[in-house]
Design a protein. Sequence first.
Length: 267
Amino acid sequence: MDDKSDAHLRVKPVPSSFDQPTASSADEPDLPRHVAIIMDGNGRWAKQRGRPRPVGHQAGFTATRDIVEASARRGIEALTLFAFSSENWRRPETEVGLLMDLFMRGLNSEVGKLSDNNVRISFIGERAAFKSNLQEEMLRAEQLTADNTGLRLAVAVNYGGRWDIVNAARTLAVDVQEGRLSVDQIDADTFGARISLANVPDPDLFIRTGGEKRISNYLMWHLAYTELYFTDVFWPDFSDEELGRALEFFKGRQRRFGRTGEQISGA
Ligand code: IPE
Ligand code: IPE
Ligand code: MG
């Protein structure tokens, strides 16, 4: 392929139907039910190739599509992807504009296929900051896929973990103020019921691509007991094979949740 052409910017055709899941976390206990990913490294991927950052974002979009499909095929129940953080507004206006554009075009081009493949889509984050047409598209995607029973795909946009926690606290405060809840009833369950992804089990596996070992204000509440996997691979290069490596890492973990190893292994 001529690397100087705009071929990177074109979306490659994909089959309209995913392969059926080959497993499910119900019959494969070593498979995480919920995977949460920070898709990082698009800009550096492009830079490494002497290309502008938008080329990296376009390649990242293609990788996202492939990983959604791979996750569904592998029988993962829930996948949460960090697409745009509440801090990403600090980027140059042109980059923010491009990301919004890519997001809008992605929604338009992918939602039908995702719905046909039984994927249920939702968005987490503060939506009010987005243009109204984008907000409408998000709602339309959620409504269109609401009754689907396959992969639960959550896309975090203008999302911040602290925003999420503050928002839950505020909702709790209103409930107390209006007499729906007493202060004594505030605990991790009542709090957790008011935070994003309340109906989804907490992530079992967290993946961050791009080499950085930080949470960057992602799911601060939800990651309390999540297994953390970091890889230097840039997001556009994160393939099904790389996902397989992360799943292998997960298989090797002993999740103790505060207990001793002997209690868990029964030794
Ligand atoms: C992740 O890649 C995409 C978004 C944050 C939207 P980056 O754009 O952060 O890529 P790097 O970290 O600069 O390489
Ligand atoms: C985190 O990546 C946000 C997303 C992937 C959407 P960043 O690239 O924004 O994170 P920092 O700024 O390096 O921590
Ligand atoms: Mg980054």
